[in-house]
Design a protein around this ligand. Structure first.
Ligand code: GAL
Length: 424
């Protein structure tokens, strides 16, 4: 090479370095202009907080000069957080990003004009081909995509304790509702509380599974598109099954949230718990071991069905730290972000290119089921109905429960009204 070409090459290399330097600094600290980032969730403790902390760490590493503000509010399924969020959104004081479920819950925020369109970020990050097309549909309104999914959770899981099963002579996980009720009787005979239950939303979670297990996926979906009547005989049968199951549950349910009910399983005091797979992450955060201290099966009557939900993060209109929020969302959607968050959160990645290596055996099995099972949305966690429907659904169940779970016909009428409330 001649001397002049050496000089040219050196000059080009220098330019390349400067360009690389610029782009890497703008990539690694996109939040530079923002002094803080406020993230709003209901992940305040245990496995949920542990998952969130992974995303926080990645954000801080990329944005060392931006203060991370954790605005989480305790309360399973977001029952407390959503009330605070609603008043903040009404007062035009949004956090920089908040947790919202894929599906009709998100739709509600979009229709009330609270969220920015994130289609540009999908294009920029190539997410339109990385997240499953059917999932993206649940995040899309009028052709625009409004949030970034961090995970897929499974709602219809039956949790139990191998030692408790052995004590009660339960040799096999129940695949059907008949087997489920037969095993509840075995726990009862062994002096064990057959079913673990917590506050109102967990009762609604139990009922949502029972409707699915009794009606099957097509008639269940019909409840949310008007083709199955809430006052039909098949729903009446499902609600009778629900009533029967409640008779096996601990009487102090109203005073507990889901981690407390979970402890009834791991301490050997209760037989079964129908709960989403965040339970597993919670127990691992307490030092317990999958398949030793607790085990799982698809919830009876729903084998081969994946009742799913997805947590996603949003960009609210008027977010004070918009650049920081975009950096946060970029991490939430990234492969590294998801593969750090999900093993701790007890969920699987929403991305199709996730690396199963870092996930436990339950989550590896969930990844397989997610690909082959029939997918049906969760009602209590935002897929089938908006916040208005969910609030009315939960309180219909709460009223039924506190009334001594006697009036199944009244419950059916209240659920029909909850469905109507979601349309208003
Ligand atoms: C769900 C949420 C899960 C988990 C659960 C229990 O609504 O999607 O991530 O937080 O509530 O609190």
């Amino acid at each position: 090479m001649r001397k002049s070409s050496y000089r040219l090459a050196a000059a080009l290399a220098a330019v390349a370095l400067v360009v690389a330097g610029c782009s890497s600094s703008s990539k690694t600290d996109t939040a530079a202009a923002d002094k803080s980032l406020e993230i709003f969730t209901w992940w305040s403790a245990g496995g949920e907080a542990a998952g969130l902390a992974e995303l926080e760490n990645q954000f801080k590493a990329a944005n060392p000069n931006t203060e991370y503000i954790n605005a989480s509010i305790a309360g399973g399924a977001g029952v407390n957080a959503k009330a605070v969020l609603t008043s903040r959104l009404e007062a035009n004081d949004p956090p920089d990003s908040f947790q919202a479920h894929a599906g009709m819950e998100l739709d509600g925020y979009v229709k009330s004009g609270k969220l920015e369109d994130l289609t540009f970020l999908y294009k920029e990050q190539g997410w339109d081909t990385i997240f499953p097309a059917d999932l993206i549909k649940t995040l899309t309104v009028d052709g625009k995509i409004y949030s970034v999914p961090v995970n897929i959770h499974r709602a219809n899981v039956l949790w139990s304790n191998p030692a408790t099963n052995a004590k009660a002579g339960v040799a096999k996980d129940p695949a059907t509702l008949d087997e489920f009720f037969a095993n509840l009787e075995k726990f009862k005979k062994a002096g064990i509380q057959p079913l673990a239950l917590a506050t109102e939303w967990t009762q609604a979670h139990l009922m949502d599974w029972m409707l699915l297990a009794t009606l099957g996926p097509d008639a269940f979906n019909g409840l949310f598109d008007g083709t199955t009547s809430w006052t039909s005989p098949e729903v009446a049968k499902a609600l009778k099954n629900f009533q029967k199951a409640l008779g096996y549950a601990n009487k102090d349910a109203q005073n507990l949230d889901w981690p407390d009910a979970g402890k009834l399983i791991t301490s050997g005091k209760a037989g079964y718990f129908i709960m989403g797979d965040w339970a597993s992450a919670q127990w691992q955060s307490e030092g317990l071991v999958l398949d030793t201290d607790y085990t799982w099966a698809p919830a009876p009557g729903t084998v081969g069905i994946y009742q799913w939900l997805s947590d996603s993060f949003t960009l609210p209109v008027g977010a004070k730290d918009r650049n920081a929020a975009i950096s946060w969302l970029t991490i939430c959607g990234s492969k590294d972000g998801q593969d750090a968050f999900n093993p701790k959160k007890g969920s699987i990645s929403a991305r199709t290119d996730s690396d199963p290596a870092g996930y436990d055996n339950y989550l590896k099995a969930a990844m397989e089921s997610w690909k082959v099972d029939r997918l049906v949305g969760s009602t209590v966690h935002g897929v089938n109905g908006n916040n208005a429907l969910m609030a009315a659904y939960n309180s219909a169940v709460g009223k039924f429960y506190t009334g001594g779970f006697k009036d199944t016909a009244g419950l059916a009428t209240d659920l029909a009204a909850a469905y109507e409330a979601g349309k208003a």
